[in-house]
Ligand binder design. Structure first.
Ligand SMILES: C[C@H](O)[C@H](O)[C@@H](O)C(=O)CO
Ligand code: MN
Length: 422
């Protein structure tokens, strides 16, 4: 039997097993098209960007560790790598770009001077790939952020600089959304915080609120761009206090009708983002996710199919929140093949959604409401070993991308042909 025939046969058997639980696998595969995962450009080059030829990540309390060969050194490299990644992924993707990745053509353009023209080639590239675009102000790796403060700075010159940067990024995001015909989510994350115990927490938070109000003073149509704000519990060098805490941004998002960005590396280790989505969506219209894998801290390891991502996906699917939650990735592992990192991480997130869609949720809720908690536990446990892999393989086959481990060889070949020559 050929490999294709085996995959089809396994799918037919799995289909019957899921049908016995009342789950229609064909309908699930159609539903997977509702999921678009925004690929963060910054895994290609360890969050360096291209403002200067030797730009690297500095400050901001985040770190990419490792020195695996093949890092992207130019915009052309980033695009080539992302094209390879896109070719190895089933389903829909978007591009999530940081402002430091502008196409500056060798010109030194400071963050308060960026314009749409510096991102036009990215918009054109996305159009050529048939994908939408999301965007981020870059409030780190800059002399004006060296003291650890940007939008919450008490230095008025610096504060105004960052307000201008975010305001320009929002205008650029609106143009991206307009040209691509799909709303661009502009996410604001700032590293501002204090290494040691500060006295004026309130003062910094008031400044941040004022700066956000100024940077977001212009309203853009929601079909062009949507604002998201991203909280964090702590960063390296900002261990004692982060100005943009969860309470701060949850309040800001609710009051100003913004999206809240939940990065699952940005909370205390026993908090789970999967438990936060249903609460947030009672009070804000939409949530942006930054899906990552924190190991002991916000380490931004490549996403794997673990309980944390499963709960996130299950909560979204169970509650029919697919249209209200935008899914972005946010990891940067410089210690392994970076194309491999994308493919493993994105596929893991997609698998979590597929598993969530294969759940007989209604029956589980019936057990729960009848107080049959042993039966609920047993069902949840047995579902873990249902043949979802056969459905996943068939999905990849349908989507014309490598099935199972076949993408490993393709990435090894790309490393040999392209990455090793950089
Ligand atoms: C580079 C990203 O914008 C950054 O990772 C941010 O989203 C974050 O999560 C910081 O910890
Ligand atoms: Mn993030």
């Amino acid at each position: 039997m050929s490999k294709t025939e085996l995959i089809k046969k396994a799918y037919e058997i799995a289909k019957e097993q899921y049908a016995a639980l009342g789950v229609d696998t064909d309908a699930v595969l159609k539903k997977m098209s509702e999921l678009a995962i925004s690929l963060h450009c910054w895994q290609t080059d360890d969050v360096g960007g291209f403002e200067t030829p030797d730009a690297t990540l500095s400050g901001g309390g985040i770190q990419a560790t490792g020195n695996y060969p093949g890092k992207a050194k130019s915009i052309a490299d980033v695009r080539a790598d992302l094209e390879k990644v896109l070719a190895l992924l089933p389903g829909k993707q978007r591009l999530n770009l940081h402002a430091i990745y502008g196409d500056f053509q060798g010109e030194l353009v400071d963050r308060d001077q960026i314009q749409v023209k510096h991102f036009q080639s990215w918009i054109d590239w996305c159009k050529s790939q048939g994908i939408g675009m999301d965007f981020n102000a870059s409030c780190f790796s800059h002399p004006k952020a060296a003291d650890g403060f940007t939008l919450a700075s008490k230095n008025e010159e610096n504060r105004k600089f960052w307000v201008e940067h975010v305001a320009r990024c929002r205008a650029i995001a609106a143009e991206m959304g307009k040209q691509l015909g799909t709303p661009c989510v502009h996410n604001t994350w700032i590293p501002d915080g204090s290494k040691d115990v500060p006295v004026d927490r309130n003062g910094y938070r008031k400044i941040l609120m004022k700066s956000l109000d100024e940077a977001m003073a212009v309203d853009y149509p929601k079909e062009y761009m949507k604002d998201a704000v991203e909280s964090k519990v702590f960063g390296i060098g900002a261990e004692a206090m982060t100005v943009g805490s969860h309470e701060f941004y949850m309040g800001y998002a609710m009051k100003n009708n913004k999206m809240i960005c939940l990065d699952n590396g940005h909370f205390h280790p026993t908090e789970v983002v999967g438990d936060k989505i249903s609460s947030c969506l009672l009070y804000v219209d939409e949530v942006l996710l930054h899906v990552t894998r924190p190991i002991r801290w916000d380490s931004d390891h490549v996403v794997t199919l673990n309980e944390e991502i499963q709960l996130i996906a299950s909560e979204i699917v169970r509650n029919d929140f697919m249209s209200r939650v935008k899914v972005g990735l946010d990891f940067f592992d410089a210690s392994i093949n970076r194309i491999g990192a994308y493919v493993v991480g994105t596929r893991a997130a997609q698998k979590a959604f597929l598993i969530a869609m294969l759940e007989p949720t209604k029956s589980l809720i019936e057990l729960e409401e009848a107080g049959q908690n042993f039966e609920r536990l047993a069902m949840l446990e047995e579902l873990k070993t249902m043949p979802f892999a056969a459905v996943w393989d068939y999905y990849c086959l349908q989507e014309n991308v490598p099935v199972g481990i076949d993408y490993i060889a393709e990435i090894q070949q790309y490393e040999k042909d392209v990455l090793s020559k950089r």
